[in-house]
Design a binder for this molecule. Structure first.
Ligand code: ARG
Length: 717
């Protein structure tokens, strides 16, 4: 009884919040804020107009938000091209610039002047020029009876025509057309893209990754997760590839920085490029995530992590080789656990079911609606049932099989150096040499052999004989002999499991004595798996997805028709969004309350706990001990991180976090794991994003890195 009542209350509240636009939920399209959100934002404290946030007629805050080529976000902070983003977003570029003699990951980096700024090869940064609703042109000629593939073809050709016309008018911009609400709407995004980006300041990893995996997705947090880059342009302020003659880019707008600090309860917003959310899943899909996909994926990663940990513990060489891989595997693993916990606690499946019941009632009340929507939920249920075995295959392939490092290496070689297996050219060999160097640098066959044994055994325990999820390649592979003997054979003969064997093969091939790879057993398995995937697994899965998309398109139209006053934000899709809420702590569980701010004191406090992930660089410790905080101190310490109730997701890393006046107060870099279900269902009580306070960033640049000149350049008073 109490249970039912609670559901009734939460559902009613959920609906009301959506209808009144009061929830913090939603990542909104900046060009529509004027129409949809501005009143609510101002009522909550925003002191700006919609034009200040987004305008095509004048410089606005959107011009200071950058999207990095690797999916992260950044903030322009000086009129001369300085760009702030997260340390973990610049990490791979810092790594690429590092060597044993110049270990910028460990020691950090600080350019003393512009001549010392280091080009980050391959990094691009783009700025949105404008966005436009192009639904009418994209859907020209599309009608209701068209099947999905005909519709997709028409949408593609309309889009090509649209973009070609724009390119003819302004070839300097890059154009993307993206569907929103499953293709009920289409938006055009026009960008200017820069390719000469240089590293200015990186903190040592002990600061930029402070807390490491222990603290990842966790509050309280003390990570100085920032890097400072600079965007360069040609003398006409236009994008240009790296050249020593390039000059700092002058952005249309850069953020004013606030050093006044943040107060619990105050308005805050995140301006950035969130990656993917799935707010509109039906109950069956959510149940699949909670009951099957996430637990299965977590279980497979559990096994892989345990194997790595086992070898890392007694062996420092392996520990260092596998540190970053382990962190990668652990990142989503931890996130999924939070997601399952959050969706369960919030009765997400029951809430969705209850919404679907209301929808069915609403449909039944009108014969016209029955005609339009009557089949919808049943059809979705049918597709989801058919999808179950394919989801299982996808879990096993992505989280299990591709966790076998040598097999993954062989599979990616097929894609990246397709010429290698037949008659490799010298370019093929050089490309493979590079791939192999990269792979074997951090490889230990003992770890991988164990991973292979466990992941192959996982196949039979997850996918019993005769199941619809069977993978033919593996069935025949595993039908003769034990997993161990198969693994022995692979490790004794393949060039993908042994660095010495691989370099011997390469040396022979480079000397013109190519030994065919046709007999390499691991490459053979990789090729068979790839063939099975492209000819059988992928087409089945794609056909089901193609049936689902139009159903979701209709589902959203139905929801909107049922709740005409409700405001829906489109799912994130790596396009520019504005999300808002306030600086706010939370209660993770009974009798525990998290306050929303941390300081440098907490950094030192954590080090005293002695964990591997908590090491404070000597210089930072000294600044703390002498209380040498310069102008960045507050109440005897330096602010470090804070929490806000703003709807964010992966991709929002490095996003400018702004106060009511649109001034920069920090950089978003994570969420709390109790709130990671926000990708599917946002709960204002528990979903929190984690931000590094701009004053910690400035303190580190000014006092730690001794680069006060950069703080002056940012115009910080
Ligand atoms: N959880 C953050 C994100 O999803 C940070 C990941 C990098 N940090 C780490 N300790 N693995 O990207």
């Amino acid at each position: 009884m109490q249970r039912t009542l609670r559901y009734a209350v939460t559902l009613c509240l959920g609906l009301c919040l959506a209808v009144c636009g009061q929830a913090h939920q939603g990542m909104w399209l900046p060009s529509l804020v004027k129409q949809l959100n501005i009143k609510d934002m101002q009522a909550k404290g925003l002191k700006l107009t919609a034009e200040d946030l987004y305008s095509v007629n004048q410089a606005s805050l959107k011009d200071a938000v950058a999207q990095l080529g690797n999916g992260c976000t950044g903030a322009m902070v000086s009129p001369t091209g300085l760009l702030l983003t997260n340390h973990h977003c610049a990490y791979s570029y810092i790594q690429a610039l590092s060597s044993v003699a110049h270990d910028y990951l460990t020691d950090g980096y600080c350019a003393k002047n512009q001549a010392e700024e280091l080009p980050c090869q391959g990094l691009t940064v783009r700025f949105l020029e404008y966005m436009d609703d192009v639904t009418d042109s994209v859907l020209k000629g599309v009608d209701a009876v068209m099947d999905e593939s005909a519709r997709a073809a028409l949408v593609a050709s309309n889009t090509r025509r649209l973009v070609a016309g724009l390119e003819a008018k302004n070839p300097k911009l890059k154009y993307d057309v993206e569907p929103l609400f499953y293709g009920n709407q289409y938006f055009l995004f026009a960008y200017q893209e820069f390719t000469d980006i240089r590293l200015v300041v990186a903190p040592p990893s002990a600061i930029g990754k402070f807390g490491g995996d222990t603290d990842n997705w966790v509050w309280p947090r003390h990570t100085g997760d920032f890097s400072l880059l600079r965007v360069y342009a040609d003398s006409g302020n236009q994008p240009a590839d790296y050249s020593p003659a390039n000059v700092p880019y002058r952005p249309r707008k850069s953020f004013k920085i606030s050093t006044k600090g943040v107060k619990p309860g105050e308005f805050a917003m995140v301006y950035g490029y969130p990656g993917r959310t799935q707010q509109f899943l039906v109950s069956q899909a959510v149940a699949e995530v909670v009951n099957h996909t996430d637990p299965r994926n977590i279980g497979l990663r559990d096994q892989r992590l345990a194997v790595m940990r086992g070898y890392m513990q007694g062996n420092d060489t392996i520990r260092i080789k596998y540190a970053s891989k382990y962190a990668d595997v652990a990142n989503a693993w931890k996130k999924w656990q939070g997601e399952v916990d959050g969706l369960t606690r919030n009765h997400a499946v029951e809430e969705k079911e209850s919404l679907e019941r209301s929808f069915s009632e609403w449909v039944k009340a009108d014969p016209q609606r029955v005609k339009t929507y009557g089949y919808l939920l049943d059809s979705m249920a049918a597709v989801y049932s058919e999808l179950e075995p394919l989801n299982l295959i996808s879990s096993y392939l992505n989280q299990g099989l591709r966790g076998i490092e040598s097999l993954d290496f062989a599979m990616s070689t097929l894609v990246r150096v397709p010429g290698l297996t037949e008659r490799p050219t010298s370019e093929d060999l050089a490309a493979f040499q590079e791939e192999a160097n990269e792979f074997y640098k951090d490889y230990d066959p003992r770890v991988d052999r164990e991973l292979m044994v466990q992941m192959l055994k996982a196949y039979r325990s997850l996918i019993p004989k005769g199941s619809k999820a069977e993978i033919r390649t593996l069935d025949s592979l595993l039908s003769s002999g034990s997993v161990e003997s198969l693994v022995d054979r692979l490790f004794a003969t393949s060039i993908f499991t042994d660095a010495a064997r691989c370099s011997h093969w390469l040396a022979e091939a480079q000397a013109g004595r190519v030994v065919s790879l046709a007999d390499d057993p691991l490459l053979g398995i990789a090729r068979a798996l790839r063939a099975e995937y492209t000819t059988s697994i992928y087409p089945r899965s794609k056909a089901l997805q193609d049936r689902l998309v139009p159903l979701y398109r209709l589902w959203l139209r139905g929801l909107q028709a049922m709740n005409p006053k409700a405001l829906y934000a489109p799912d994130a899709n790596f396009t520019l969004r504005l999300a808002y809420g306030k600086v706010e702590g939370y209660k993770p569980r009974e009798a525990v309350v998290y306050t929303p701010t941390t300081t440098l004191d907490g950094v030192v406090e954590k080090e005293a706990m002695g964990a591997y992930d908590y090491v404070v660089p000597v210089r930072l410790w000294e600044l703390w001990e002498k209380k040498d905080f310069g102008r960045w101190g507050e109440n005897g310490s330096v602010p470090a991180c804070f929490l806000a109730s703003i709807h964010t997701t992966g991709g929002n890393s490095g996003s400018p976090t702004l106060n009511a006046k649109g001034e920069l107060i920090g950089l978003n870099f994570d969420r709390v794991w109790e709130g990671t279900m926000s990708d599917i269902m946002f709960d204002p009580n528990r979903c929190r994003n984690i931000v590094v306070d701009i004053r910690y960033v400035l303190f580190l640049i000014d006092k730690y890195a001794r680069a006060g000149y950069l703080v002056d350049e940012m115009g910080v008073k």
